[in-house]
Design a protein around this ligand. Structure first.
Ligand code: NDP
Length: 337
């Protein structure tokens, strides 16, 4: 029998979550049945969507059941297998959850994916070459379609999705302006990721102030917005948008803890004949192979850079998750297990 430690959701937060919403539990994993695979997780991915799942009621993903292990993406190693498709030692990614081990039905398609750690480090398959990277790829390639001579704004620019989105838009030839939450993040976005400019949103108390900073950073206006935040950031972008500008609406993290995020000037969508498209990357699984192949190649060749913030130990996952919501992460937030 294998002893497993896991973190379960014990209560649903109202507003900001707290450590009390989570509890560590232990259990013994029984021997594998036919077709099953035992995965030892090395990395857990922490993502903003998990906040939505902690709520009851309608969201874009079903609620996380109380008393059960928190859902989440994992990267790890197969330590036992009764499935012909997987062998001991295979490195895999899946949705193993906030726990040390998971038992997966290896015969169900899409549950586990083998990854090549000769090409990229295992952790990268949860970030730049995983779900966040593919999200960026979709929003940039399929919605914004930037080209030389255009200007693209990217919010949460130092984060997992935003850092990739901005670099992809830059590789396509656009002028790219990031929005991030500290001078250190902005310096990283410009110097290491190659954005043309970056604005610290915390220096701007309202949309008009932020719009003035955007006017300076985007002298030719804004043609594309990779929107991860909403609230005053989206308001400010609308004030500087060009006719026929596009918005890839990827996230609205400014409202994930119940904050109201009304749109101040929606009439600008009409006046500028804009196209706003929301998307969920989970609905575009058919594009994952194409996107992953390209992202992996761009990282391996050094054209796409990334950074990770790694919390040590499963015990620290709840605190790291709260830190992610507060903006304490630089790049992809992971937990080493
Ligand atoms: P990040 O790594 O970007 O981490 C979240 C960041 O959000 C924080 O670091 C913080 O950065 C920023 N943030 C938090 N609150 C605010 C606020 N009130 N105003 C401005 N910035 C804030 O996370 P991800 O890259 O994983 O996700 C980024 C966005 O993409 C999220 O909105 C997420 O929901 C969305 N997403 C959507 C998907 C889809 O399929 N549509 C798939 C994956 C992600 P800072 O310090 O810069 O403020």
């Amino acid at each position: 029998l294998v002893k497993n430690r896991k973190i379960v959701l014990v209560s649903r937060p109202i507003g900001w979550p707290s450590l009390e919403n989570f509890r560590m539990e232990e259990e013994e994993i029984p021997p594998l049945s036919r077709g099953q695979v035992l995965v030892h997780h090395r990395f857990l991915s922490l993502d903003p969507y998990m906040r939505g799942r902690m709520n009851d009621g309608k969201g874009y993903a079903p609620p996380q059941p109380l008393g059960q292990v928190m859902l989440g993406g994992t990267a790890g190693e197969v330590v036992a297998s009764r499935c012909a498709a997987f062998s001991e030692g295979d490195t895999v990614v899946g949705m193993g959850g906030w726990q040390e081990f998971s038992v997966v039905d290896g015969e169900l398609p899409g549950q586990l994916r083998k990854v090549d750690t000769g090409l990229l480090p295992l952790s990268a398959y949860l970030g730049v070459a995983g779900m966040p990277g593919i999200t960026a790829w979709y929003g940039v390639r399929r919605i914004l379609t930037p080209r030389s001579g255009t200007t693209v704004v990217v919010s949460t620019a130092a984060g997992a999705v935003g850092s990739v989105a901005g670099q992809l838009a830059r590789l396509a030839g656009a002028r790219v302006v990031g929005i991030a939450g500290s001078p250190e993040k902005c310096a990283y976005v410009i110097k290491e990721l190659g954005f043309d400019a970056c604005i610290n949103h915390r220096a701007h108390p309202d949309a008009f102030s932020l719009a003035r900073a955007l006017a300076d950073a985007c002298p030719d206006g804004i043609d594309g917005d990779f929107e991860n935040v909403g609230g005053i950031i989206l308001d400010a972008v609308l004030l500087r948008a060009n006719p026929f500008a596009r918005i890839a609406l990827c996230g609205m993290i400014a409202g994930y803890n119940g904050e109201p995020i009304p749109l101040a000037t929606p009439q600008l969508l009409l006046l500028n004949r804009m196209k706003l498209e929301g998307f969920l990357i989970s609905e575009h699984l058919d594009l994952w192979p194409e996107a992953l192949a390209e992202l992996t190649q761009l990282v391996a060749s050094g054209q796409l850079r990334y950074r990770e913030t790694i919390a040590e130990g499963l015990d620290n996952a709840p605190a790291a998750f709260l830190g992610l919501l507060r903006g304490e992460n630089f790049g992809k937030q992971l937990v080493r297990i």
